[in-house]
Design a binder for this molecule. Structure first.
Ligand SMILES: [Zn+2]
Length: 389
């Protein structure tokens, strides 16, 4: 009665405790969480913080790396991700012709300036490359001709194009001068991540000392064959200051590897989708900007046509990753969900890191959970219902 017109109350089961709660929302923020009597618990959906994806190259036909993206394209992508429970994302721009990279960055920056919807959704831009490894395997699908040694002037030109929105930089510390470059980046407020790397253990240790805090899709974009030890996977696993991001779609890493990474990294493991333009599309044969002729299978795997073992990127959302972990019983719901919501926000130091707490932004989702199946019901952004299933 006396509340502002934005006031709203949601009831559900807390995704961790499974206790019935009422979440009170005002002005886009959670104002209070009250326990509810237990009798109606069976009928209630689960309530949880919205998912945050640190690595989105594209989704449902829209590609952040394609020049000439309109604000409407980017808005459509944000809406498509709401339907997957994703309330924040890092648009990811990868190694390419530098002019093309800058134009992609400009498009994202301009959309953030002009569209409230996009601005609220973008947690910062992830620049993946071009300061990565040139070696086959580690370079992955990045065009090697545009890979470069760390270059502050070049990075500055990207940051200017992005209007300062680049928050996360994936690089390989195998280049000489990498530690000094990393220090500069950290000083400017960038989160530096190791990825697409052929670095030695010493180079990884130096990168961590210089302020690197993350590994990008650990275990992917590697050589086909590695020395049993030492190698860059063991070293990154062993570095306690490194959070590990992983693609948990069930195709990029075997379940045993996922399980081991989660056991080792605990609260420093996070899920990313690394979704491409073909993610969220129906199964079929497609022409991909990365990989040419590709096939998206009924099971959700995206591979090069005629080569089912060669992946052509990820075709799934972050929610799929959470669902995969539950279905395979790799981790329980609270941990799977935190790895895709609280932990990425903690890394980015966003207020959403507080999760279901008074004072936190009301970026929330409601879902049914019949172990192990999740069915998304509603997505809320800053207290507003933005998607309903
Ligand atoms: Zn990558």
């Amino acid at each position: 009665m006396n509340g502002s017109r934005d006031e709203r109350r949601l009831t559900g089961l807390h995704y961790k405790s499974r206790a019935p709660i009422e979440v009170r929302i005002d002005n886009g923020l959670i104002t209070e969480i009250r326990p509810l009597p237990v009798q109606k618990a069976q009928e209630l959906p689960y309530i949880a913080p919205g998912l945050t994806d640190l690595q989105v190259n594209g989704f449902q036909g829209i590609d952040f790396n394609r020049p000439g993206l309109s604000d409407a394209d980017i808005e459509a992508l944000v809406r498509a991700l709401w339907a997957q429970g994703v309330t924040a994302l890092c648009p990811t721009v990868i190694t390419n012709d530098y002019e093309r990279m800058r134009s992609a960055l400009v498009a994202i920056h301009k959309a953030c300036e002009r569209s409230e919807l996009v601005r609220q959704a973008v947690a910062g831009i992830h620049l993946e490359g071009p300061f990565i490894s040139m070696e086959e395997g580690p370079v992955g699908a990045h065009p090697v001709e545009y890979v470069s040694a760390p270059d502050e002037t070049l990075l500055q030109s990207f940051q200017e194009a992005a209007g300062g929105l680049i928050k996360l930089l994936t690089l390989s510390p195998e280049w000489s001068g990498a530690p000094a470059f990393i220090r500069q980046c950290v000083k400017k407020g960038l989160l530096v991540s190791i990825g697409h790397t052929a670095a030695t253990s010493e180079q990884i240790q130096e990168a961590v000392q210089a302020g690197t805090t993350l590994s990008t899709h650990l275990g992917n974009a590697t050589h086909q064959m590695l020395p049993r030890h030492p190698n860059y996977i063991w070293e990154q696993l062993a570095q306690d200051k490194l959070t590990a991001s992983v693609i948990a779609d069930g195709f990029h890493l075997p379940d045993s590897v996922l399980k081991i990474i989660f056991r080792v990294k605990r609260q420093k493991a996070i899920l990313v989708s690394d979704s491409t333009v073909l993610a969220g599309m129906p199964p079929g044969a497609y022409e991909s900007p990365v990989g040419g002729k590709v096939v998206l299978t009924e099971e959700g795997k995206l591979h090069i046509a005629g080569k089912p073992k060669v992946l052509a990127g990820s075709a799934q959302s972050l929610l799929w990753g959470v669902q995969h972990l539950l279905r395979q019983e790799i981790v329980p719901l609270p941990q799977a969900w935190d790895m895709a919501s609280l932990y990425p926000n903690r890394l980015l130091k966003r207020p959403q890191k507080a999760g279901l707490q008074a004072g936190a932004p009301a970026d929330l989702v409601l879902f049914r959970y019949n172990d192990p199946t999740l069915a998304l019901l509603e997505t809320y952004k800053a207290g507003e219902c933005v998607w309903q299933g």
